[in-house]
Structures are given as structure tokens and as C-alpha cells.
Design a protein around this ligand. Structure first.
Ligand code: SAM
Length: 209
């Protein structure tokens, strides 16, 4: 459970989320025993960049593309869920802008060297930017609603090399998306275009045949 450090009473929401998201990121480390190092990688849905940092440290990709809109819809709602954490559309917009700035600062050195590339856009806008067979592995973790996961798997899978890996979070979790990830991933798995490597700790890890 999160407890503020002594002397730091009113910490902001983003700092509370950061610590829990860092713990969640560490639960996925088993994947790094399988995923090839030194490749071209994409994380779709980045949030605060905790997992991106872990990818950089443990997987040492040659290039890591990071895709997230870090903005709300025009009506102030989020693409992946309700806005009540923020109270209003304006507050949500301001928080996402702040998150984008934090991620930009966090990876400033890698962005300057070209090792990290930020794509501040929606997943379905980002996918066509890459040629087919481009990525060694990908982590698809944007909106968890069924239609969105289905669309993202369909859009990004062709961008993966043969033998490359596609992974993501919140498999076998109901959440507010009524098992959106589970349903879309199971449907995808039933197409036999990918071999299931592991379903563990709410992660799915598949390998392109
Ligand atoms: C679950 S979080 C990602 C967490 C991150 N992968 C990690 O492991 O720390 C989901 C993110 O997806 C982003 N998102 C929502 N809809 C999206 C879309 N259509 N395209 C790209 N990103 C999206 C949200 O802004 C949010 O930051």
C-alpha cells in the first residue's frame, strides 16, 4: 500500500500512480528471459514510461518506439476509460500534458541519441508509419476495450517479423473493459497465426509463426 515518505505529505496523484505502476512493471520481468535483445521494439500505450524504462534497462533494444496520445478526446474524456480520477476534462488534459513532459524528460538522453522515439498519437495512426516485418517484438498495452485491442492486434501484428513476439498486459483481468484484452487475445490466438509462449501474471506473450 502506498504511504507518503516522511516530510512529503500532499504528494500528487501521478506520484502515487508511479510507485504502483513501477511494481507492476517489475512483475513482467519473466518476459525478458525470452525476448531477443538489441532489437527494434515498440510499446503501444506508455503512460508514465515505467515499463519503457525497464525495457531499456533489461532488454537493451537498439530502438524503442513509444506510442501514446497523452491527450484526451475533444470532449475531455480519456481514450481508455473514465475521467473521474481527474475530476474534469481540463484537469485530465493538464495531467496528460504533464505526463508527456515527464516522459520526454525521463528519456531525454535516449531521445537525443535516437534510441527512443516518441509518437504522440493514437495507436491506429502510428501503425501505418512502419513497414511490415519491422519489429523484433512489441508490447501492445493501449486501450483495453475489446474493439480497441482487436484493432491494435490487427494493425500491429503485420509489423512484426516472422518469429517476433507480441505481448501485452491485463490478460485474464475483467477490469472496466469486461475482459476486453482476454477476449480479443483469445480470439486472435484461435487464428493460429501465433504460438502462445506464456500467459502469466496477466501478461500474454505470443510468437509469430
Ligand atoms: C495501461 S496504460 C500503459 C501502461 C504502460 N504500458 C506500462 O506498462 O507502464 C495505457 C496507456 O494507453 C494509452 N492509450 C489509450 N488509448 C490509446 C490509443 N488508442 N493509442 C495509443 N495509446 C492509447 C493511454 O493514454 C495510457 O497511457
Amino acid at each position: 500500500m502506498y504511504r507518503p515518505a516522511p516530510g512529503l505529505p500532499g504528494r500528487r496523484w501521478i506520484e502515487r500512480v508511479l510507485s504502483s505502476s513501477a511494481r507492476r512493471a517489475a512483475k513482467r520481468d519473466f518476459m525478458f528471459d525470452v525476448l531477443p535483445k538489441g532489437g527494434v521494439v515498440i510499446e503501444v500505450g506508455v503512460f508514465d514510461g515505467d515499463f519503457s524504462e525497464r525495457i531499456l534497462a533489461l532488454n537493451e533494444p537498439r530502438i524503442l518506439h513509444l506510442v501514446d496520445p497523452w491527450f484526451t478526446r475533444d470532449d475531455g474524456t480519456l481514450y481508455d476509460g473514465p475521467t473521474q480520477d481527474f475530476g474534469s476534462g481540463e484537469a485530465a488534459s493538464a495531467a496528460l500534458e504533464q505526463q508527456f513532459q515527464l516522459v520526454s524528460q525521463r528519456f531525454a538522453k535516449e531521445i537525443a541519441s535516437g534510441r527512443v522515439v516518441l509518437h504522440r498519437m493514437l495507436s491506429h495512426e502510428a501503425a501505418p508509419l512502419f513497414p511490415d516485418g519491422h519489429f523484433d517484438w512489441m508490447y501492445v498495452d493501449a486501450s483495453h476495450f475489446y474493439d480497441d485491442v482487436k484493432r491494435d492486434l490487427g494493425a500491429f501484428f503485420p509489423k512484426l517479423k516472422q518469429g517476433g513476439y507480441i505481448a501485452g498486459d491485463d490478460y485474464d483481468r475483467r477490469g472496466i473493459w469486461d475482459h476486453g484484452v482476454t477476449r480479443a487475445v483469445d480470439e486472435f490466438r484461435s487464428g493460429h497465426v501465433a504460438e502462445t509462449i506464456r500467459l502469466h501474471h496477466h501478461q500474454f506473450l505470443l510468437r509469430k509463426r
